[in-house]
Write a protein that binds this ligand. Structure first.
Ligand code: AMP
Ligand code: ZN
Length: 474
């Protein structure tokens, strides 16, 4: 059947077919963090979802280019810079470093490119210039440049494809300067914001005078620079559908006349104990808050990955306890499999030849179905139960165990909960390998041969591969 995804653009499940004619390359953009504070677990639900999409596409053999921007200039950041009396870079640098650290803690694969808005001002200006040249943007009396929804629609383009909008309520000619506004305040939005005293030292020069970019144009400029004018996937949390993503489509298609993105994927929100997260309710958690309570990145990742991305997820601390117990079940099963499959596994890893197991097939069938992660976890736990039964009945050969462990490694390349099935050679053997390498480097071949023989006596062979020497259990 192949991978099927729910595309917000068509409001339907569609087969995933990349734009690349060879069907191999995939371009994927996820709106990244606004670095004005520590990311909270709601943000992390969305970023872990993006990580799942990337990992699963790679599991399916696609060559993915994953881009996640860093929004390092916008309204909230400027407010923070003003209030803390710091520079833009000092202020955002602290939160960006924390974000990158958290990304690692949650075992998210680092996106291939993480462009900063402040490093793409030239691209942003040239995109606005294109829109002005095409008559879709204009400078208003306040000095700012706005996107004209009326002109855009007049060119036969549709504004509001992600969300059904009521154009009878559209206030033609009215403008909204803020980056965030609701459907009811739909109006021409700012592409370039003229400098005002509150901006302090945060401004750049442009053909329209000093100022700074609006938030929406940042993502259009950076995504098209990194992935081309048309690309495959654009992700974000559901709150970004309007106005951010709607405006991204308008700016990009308005400037290029080409379809911007083929598939739009939106992750549903995370709520805490049934309520919207908010500082005043005392249910606001950053990743760091949860680590301080003694939970691990792996447990938090597991929980964030436990529900389907299009379902609102109710986060609870009990849920984290459940995550701990679930991971312990997986670890215990893997530990037993390692005992049985140890020697066989080392042979398998050297030869890299294992067919797909039933669990691996079912796991991938579940994820093909619009990333049905709950069903995928269901398959994992069915497998744990069945494997425990086979282990208890002593009906699992060493080769079977090795095959199951190798399949687990493939599964975990998607889940990333880090329960690796890999077996390292014992320290003594690894040390001998190192000594042999040193001897070879020193051209002491007599010694290196002697070490090779010693390893053989201990049951290990060395295979010299293009990537360096590998140990193989005899
Ligand atoms: P921000 O740093 O505010 O730009 O948000 C980064 C990402 O987190 C965006 O994709 C948002 O849609 C997403 N996001 C914000 N709050 C939540 C939440 N409570 N649950 C899930 N995603 C969220
Ligand atoms: Zn964005």
């Amino acid at each position: 059947m192949g991978l099927q995804l729910f595309n917000t653009l068509s409001r339907s499940i569609q087969a995933f077919t990349p734009l690349d004619p060879t069907g191999k390359k995939v371009g994927m953009y996820c709106c990244g963090p606004t670095v004005y504070d520590f990311a909270h677990i709601g943000n992390w639900r969305t970023f872990v979802f993006a990580d799942l999409v990337r990992r699963y596409l790679e599991f399916q053999g696609y060559a993915v280019t994953h881009v996640m921007n860093i929004t390092d200039v916008e309204d909230k950041i400027i407010k923070g810079v003003r209030e803390t009396k710091t520079t833009l870079r000092e202020f955002t640098g602290k939160y960006e470093a924390a974000f990158l650290e958290d990304l690692k803690t949650l075992n998210c694969v680092r996106p291939h490119q993480m462009p900063h808005a402040t490093e793409h001002i030239a691209e942003i200006i040239s995109l606005i210039e294109k829109l002005v040249a095409r008559g879709m943007a204009y400078q208003a009396a306040d000095g700012s440049v706005y996107f004209s929804i009326e002109k855009y629609r007049g060119c036969g383009c549709t504004y509001g494809r992600l969300l059904k909008l009521n154009f009878d309520e559209l206030r033609v000619g009215e403008r909204v300067a803020s980056d965030e506004y609701d459907k009811e305040s739909l109006a021409d939005f700012a592409l370039w914001k003229a400098r005002v005293p509150e901006d302090g030292g945060v401004f750049w020069t442009s053909p329209w005078g000093e100022g700074r970019p609006g938030w929406h144009i940042e993502c259009s400029a950076m995504s098209m620079k990194m992935l081309g004018e048309s690309f495959d996937l654009h992700l974000g949390g559901e709150d970004l559908k309007f106005p951010h993503h709607e405006d991204e489509i308008a700016q990009s298609e308005g400037a290029t006349g080409k379809p911007f993105v083929k598939y739009w994927l939106h992750g549903a929100f995370l709520i805490v104990e049934g309520k919207k997260m908010s500082k005043s309710l005392g249910n606001f958690f950053t990743l760091r808050d949860l680590l301080a309570k003694g939970f691990t990145g792996r447990e938090i990742r597991y929980l964030l990955l436990s529900a389907h991305y299009r379902e609102t997820f109710n986060f609870t601390l009990e849920g984290l306890q459940g995550a701990r117990a679930a991971l312990a079940r997986i670890d215990e099963c893997l530990g037993k499999l390692r005992e049985v499959g140890r020697d066989a596994l080392l042979r398998v890893q050297a030869d890299q030849q294992v067919g797909p197991t039933r669990c691996l097939q079912q796991f991938s069938a579940a994820l093909d179905d619009d990333l049905n992660i709950s069903a995928a976890w269901g398959e994992v736990f069915k497998w744990v139960t069945e494997t425990n039964r086979r282990l208890a009945a002593d009906s699992l050969s060493a080769n079977d165990a090795a095959a199951e462990l190798t399949a687990w490694d493939k599964i975990d390349s998607v889940l990333g909960v880090g329960a690796s099935a890999k077996i390292e050679a014992p320290a003594e053997i690894a040390a001998l390998l190192e000594a042999r390498q040193a001897a070879r480097k020193a051209k002491d071949f007599k010694k290196s041969d002697a070490i090779r023989d010693e390893l053989k006596e201990k049951g290990w062979a060395i295979e010299d591969t293009a990537k360096g020497p590998k140990l193989k259990k005899l």
